[in-house]
Each structure stands twice: as C-alpha cells, then as structure tokens.
Ligand binder design. Sequence first.
Ligand code: C5P
Length: 303
Amino acid sequence: MLCRGQTTTAVTVFAPAKLNLFLKVLGKRDDGYHELETLMLSVGLYDTLVLVDDPQGELRLTCRDGGPAHRSSQRRELPRAGPDNLVLRAAELLKRATGSSRGAHIELVKRIPLASGLAGGSSDAAATLAGLDRLWNLKLTTPELARLAAQLGSDVPFFLSSTSAAICRGRGELVEPLPLAARFWFVIARPQSGLSTADVYRQCRPSRIDWAAWELAASLARGQLQKAAGLFHNALQEPAERMNADVTRLKTAFARQAFAGHMMSGSGTSYFGLCRSRRHAVTLGARLKAARLGDVFVVSSRP
Ligand code: C5P
C-alpha cells in the first residue's frame, strides 16, 4: 500500500484463483441458481489490481496482460474494461451502497485465464471491494462487504473471506472456512477455449454420489492424498465435456500422468491434477507443457 501523509492514495491487491476439489449439485432452485456443496481452495496464481484514488469521482478500468509467468503459448485474452466488467460493477456497487463520492483508476493485471472455472473475475471483484474499502477509508464490516460480494456473484464471498479453503453452500455464497494446515501442489492446464458458466449449469444434473465435502476435507486434513483424490467430484464436468472436446483431451492427458487425482475445476475448462510435492508437480507440469494442450501452471494452495 502506498501512502502520502495520512491519506492513502493507492492500494495494491492480489486476487488469487481457486480450484473446486468437490462440486456437488443438490438441485435447481426457484431463483434459477443451483444449490451446491463445494470445497474450494485458493491457489498461487494471481491477478493484481492497482487502485489509485480519483477525488473527482471518476471510475476507470484498464486491463493488461500479466506477462509470461507460467505461460506456454497463446496470447492471453483480456476482459473487456466496459461497465459490465465485474471490477467496475463492484466499484459502482460500493459507491452506491455507501454514498461515497470518491473514484478510482483501477489497473487490472491479468494472469488468471478467463472463462476457465478458476473464478478470476469473481476474485477480482472481491479484491476491488476490499481494496476500495481501504482506499476510500470506508471501514465496512465483514458482513456488510460479504452482502455486497454475494450480489456480484456466487464465488465472490469466498474470496472476500480471507480463508484459503472453505466448504461453500447455498449457491456458493455461504462460506464455511476450512482450517487446512498442509500445503497442496497442483498442475493446472487451461486449453485455448473457454466455457460460459451459465451454459454449463444449464446442462447439469443433480449429483448422484453418496459422500459429502466434509469427508474430502477430513482426508485432506490428515494428508491422505490418495484417499482425498478418490473423493474428488464435479457435477459440471460431464456437461462441460459434452460441450467442449478440449476438456476431454485434457482429462486423457492428465490420466496418462501419475497424479494422485485429477478433475475439471468449476464450470471449466481448466483441468487440474493433485501432486505429492512441488517437485512432482514441476515434473508432471513439464510433461503437460510438452503436450501443448494449453497454458500450464504449477501452483500450491495458500497456507
Ligand atoms: O453467480 P454467478 O454470476 O457467478 O453465476 C453465473 C451463472 O452460473 C448464473 O447466472 C447461473 O446461471 C449459474 N449458476 C448456477 N448455480 C450456482 C452458481 C451459478 O446456476 N450455484
């Protein structure tokens, strides 16, 4: 955070990606959303937001590519910086909710791929709420910020809570933090194509599995990787594979490597594999990079 005298003039916030190790669809709700039980972990792949105060009250967003970190091939697609961008919607919502006349120039440095099931947009929105709360010295309470977060998207409250792992319920906005002492290593691959979350949910069916997220959480807490991987579940993977052949290609490529377990994250198209160690992840990540199926990231969960 950069400060001048007593007045904060700029704030830098990091917005991590997430993986869903478990995503059980319990049914469709009257409001059109799906009732979920999901286990989310935030991981070390970040967008960065630099928020600079604008006392004139203007809100402006610029997006730029975060460069070659972890990058294999393609040019990164950037989000549109228009008013439908979740960052600007978060800023507008905060202004409306608090009656603040302040503004900000926001630079979004993008590393998390779009439409990939890694919730980059939701994380950026949460970072905007938290960052502007600090920049504009609003001092909103955590429940006040969480209410605003839930209006922006189902995954936004998870990122706003400072927990790095949680079981989330409702449409995803009810966050139960999960204390996980260990750090877990993953390889994530994201093909060239993405999927729309709404389209994938439209095609999904309720899960027909007889285990719950807490059982996976218990295995992770005990460090039983193989057992944990056997409890991975994602009800959105089947419809995503029907809609996008790249997801199936990744599944086949991951199945050829010695991951403890592998699965699609969220509504896709990103695919991840759980590894035994950093070294294991670097080795398997290099093999997937060589297969040229998309961008490959080696990441760990956050402590
Ligand atoms: O909440 P968010 O805006 O991120 O969700 C995007 C879309 O995904 C929703 O408009 C809805 O179609 C679908 N969705 C759903 N059930 C959820 C979360 C999202 O059907 N629990």
